[in-house]
Design a protein around this ligand. Structure first.
Ligand code: NAD
Length: 428
């Protein structure tokens, strides 16, 4: 029989159904939360540089705004599908709910490949996207952000278009803006630092002295770099990181017995953002195959590269010393591997809690933009720590009380908060 292609939305619905069942949710609440509250599908005609016209397909899914304006990125991708956008919008609702920020969940996308588009053509897509839904998005309705293949410049074009249409200044409409143009200090560090705040709390609870721990990290991008930095500041030893090598089209693990130094490695990445193997060897790193990170003798594993990395096929390779897995990436662990990890009693900090530092800082950006008053870096970090720590403690307390796997506990807290908001508003 032909294997059915992976459908993220079906998976998101299954996860929701399982949580709804555990919580005993009524049918109407289930019907309300297992699909997008609103969806917009539209066409974006753009005049191309050669004078021709091309029509792009755009989406926005607003999964739930029961707890506040929808929040979530806009992706530019040639293989974008509405079901992926639906799933990601739903996951954003659970992410904002689990760290208890007053926002809902949304996601958007445009089917396009920015690699083959000039800046002017991309600007046309950004402005066209906003024109189609200018009265259904905004600081009190739905707040977009950058995502795959979109960044601060795209956000500013979108902001400018909305402000022209609506007549006024609305910096709180969109996040991920450059610092100085309404962006928040600390956004670059936020996700990686957030991962480490939850790790620090998990170690406290498990009675582990972080100064005596060793961590193995997958990836060496935005999340991993800052997670490694803070881990070292806390006294931990980062044994390895890994990264994709653009030239060899494979990944490598960089391991050094005395510990990885992220600043040193950031200084020897090549123009493709891959760590230079020869230069790394010169400063004492072993260069191992890409999947070696998972079998290291470490107390902590941090998958912070991409989805589908800890699977039924490699979960048995996890060293017996490992006590904690902190999911910096989205969806790095498959359900099959989850069962094994749960059985082995490894403490799991699930993705939508672990990497929620990014959206929490985006929320701070929105608050600052709405006030038109910007915070010092220390204020951002201390508020981020407060939110992440509180989110972690709520989930771990429920997991302990009801003897639940951390991922299940996180789902139950997030879904019950959104269900309760929907009940209190009198929707269901
Ligand atoms: P990034 O593009 O900055 O870094 C990704 C890293 O993974 C790079 O070092 C790359 O070389 C490496 N990599 C890619 N393929 C690999 C492979 N097969 N083996 C080993 N390493 C590989 O991305 P990022 O922003 O750090 O995001 C990483 C993950 O975290 C993604 O799943 C993302 O969705 C998630 N996430 C990011 C944020 C954020 O604020 N950046 C927030 C929430 C979740």
């Amino acid at each position: 029989m032909e294997k059915k292609p992976f459908n993220a939305f079906e998976m998101a619905q299954q996860q929701f159904d399982a949580a709804a069942e555990k919580l005993g949710l009524d049918q109407a609440t289930r019907d309300l939360l297992r699909s997008s509250l609103r969806e917009y599908h539209f066409l974006i005609p753009v005049r191309m540089d050669d004078g021709s016209y091309k029509v792009f397909r755009g989406f926005r899914c607003q999964h739930s705004d029961a707890r506040g304006p929808c929040k979530g990125g806009i992706r530019f991708h040639p293989n974008e599908t509405i079901d992926t956008v639906r799933a990601l919008a739903m996951w954003m609702t659970w992410k904002t709910a689990v760290v208890d920020i007053p926002l809902g969940g949304g996601k958007g996308g445009v089917i396009c490949d920015p690699h083959n588009l000039s800046d002017r053509e991309q600007e046309g897509i950004c402005r066209g996207w906003v024109r189609q839904i200018a009265y259904n998005i905004g600081p009190v309705q739905d707040v977009p952000a950058p995502d795959i293949m979109t960044h601060g410049q795209h956000m500013l074009w979108m902001l400018d278009e909305l402000e022209r249409i609506r007549g006024g200044k609305f910096p709180g409409f969109i996040t991920g803006k450059p610092v100085g143009m309404g962006g928040s200090l600390g956004r670059t560090e936020a996700t990686g630092f957030g991962v480490m705040y939850t790790v620090r709390e998990a170690m406290k609870e498990l009675g582990i002295d972080i100064k005596k721990t060793v961590g193995a990290f997958q990836g060496f991008g935005n999340v991993s770099q800052y997670a490694v930095k803070l881990f070292r500041e806390y006294g931990g030893k980062a044994l390895c990181v890994s990264c994709w090598d653009q030239i060899d089209q494979t990944s490598y693990t960089f391991r050094r017995e005395s510990g990885v130094d992220p600043d040193e490695l950031m200084g020897i990445t090549d123009k493709f953002n891959s760590i230079d193997k020869a230069k790394a060897r010169q400063v004492g790193y072993e260069v191992l195959p890409g999947d070696a990170w998972i079998e290291q003798e470490a107390d902590l594993l941090v998958p912070a590269a991409l989805e589908n990395q800890i699977t039924g096929a490699n979960v048995a390779k996890i060293h017996k010393r490992v006590r904690i897995i902190a999911e910096g990436a989205n969806g790095p662990t498959t359900p099959e591997a989850d069962v094994e990890i749960h059985k082995r009693g490894i403490f799991m900090i699930p993705d939508f809690l672990c990497n929620a530092g990014g959206v929490t800082c985006s929320y701070f950006e929105q608050v600052q933009s709405n006030m038109n008053f910007y915070w010092h870096l220390n204020e951002v970090f201390s508020r981020l720590d407060e939110k992440m720590t509180a989110g972690f403690k709520a989930v771990s307390e429920l997991a302990r009380k009801k003897n639940l796997y951390m991922r299940d506990a996180a789902y139950m807290i997030a879904v019950s908060r959104v269900a309760e908001a929907s009940h209190l508003r009198g929707w269901v």
